[in-house]
Design a protein around this ligand. Sequence first.
Ligand SMILES: C[S@@+](CC[C@H](N)C(=O)[O-])C[C@H]1O[C@@H](n2cnc3c(N)ncnc32)[C@H](O)[C@@H]1O
Length: 274
Amino acid sequence: MDPDDPLYIYELEGALNDPEGFFKENFLAHWREGESHFLFFSHPREEDLRKFLKTQMGGTWVRTHNLSYKDWQGGTPVDSLSIGKFLFIPPWASRLEDPEGIMIRLDPGVVFGSGTHPTTRDCLQALLWIYEREQPRKVLDLGTGTGILSLAAVSLGAEEVLAVDLNPACVRAAEKNIGLNDLKEKIRIFEGRAEEYIHLPADLVMANIHFTVIRELITLPTFFEKNWVILSGLLRSEFLEIKHRLQVPGFEILKEWDSEFTWFTLAGRNKAEL
Ligand SMILES: C[S@@+](CC[C@H](N)C(=O)[O-])C[C@H]1O[C@@H](n2cnc3c(N)ncnc32)[C@H](O)[C@@H]1O
């Protein structure tokens, strides 16, 4: 998407049945959070939206948002971005001569995980820090967004990544990015809740996700079966609570990152698994 491309975003509420199947042309993404839905288009589709709603049992049109792709991304055009030794390149960026570092193709689309947010940046730093010490082979990426952390983990040596997000727009964006980097063999993506995938075996679990989800994940015994852990997406008071709850025998917090004391990230390890 070009920075000045328009976005037509229709906010709906209720249980919607298969908007992906109904809208085909100019349909960019279906962002779903519980019963709230945001349907993204590159062209206006009011007429079709009315027709779609007539096919639904419930579902109401709450409001419409019109803005440019650049404004959706917070006013800054998405461009090549370097974080540590990673270089993220959107498909529309001009080719770099002899780029240095690990090149990853990334189209953020309209979902979280462009690399500009402090929590993503600190998760990438945490990944680099862990892979300097060990090479976790099997990775779980809970709340994958664009798939950015999964792509980074594979570029550092992970052989098998399972990425999960409950938002169908994220699953589509991550699938696209996995394809752009030709990594379908190594990264599998599922639409679902993190809590339902945490039991899967992995050497490293990373979750840059809402505090309430992390709080639930760390009550589950299978969370403590992973050698390495990266947790992020936590504000200060939430971080302190999570750290407190992580004071359990065998679990060790090894390093912490913060962005201007607002967003916090931690890397931890399960000694019991060593
Ligand atoms: C902060 S974003 C992180 C995206 C990316 N991993 C990154 O580091 O930039 C959190 C993601 O978690 C997803 N999410 C929120 N709650 C979830 C849950 N319970 N299970 C799975 N995914 C969830 C959201 O849709 C969103 O894509």
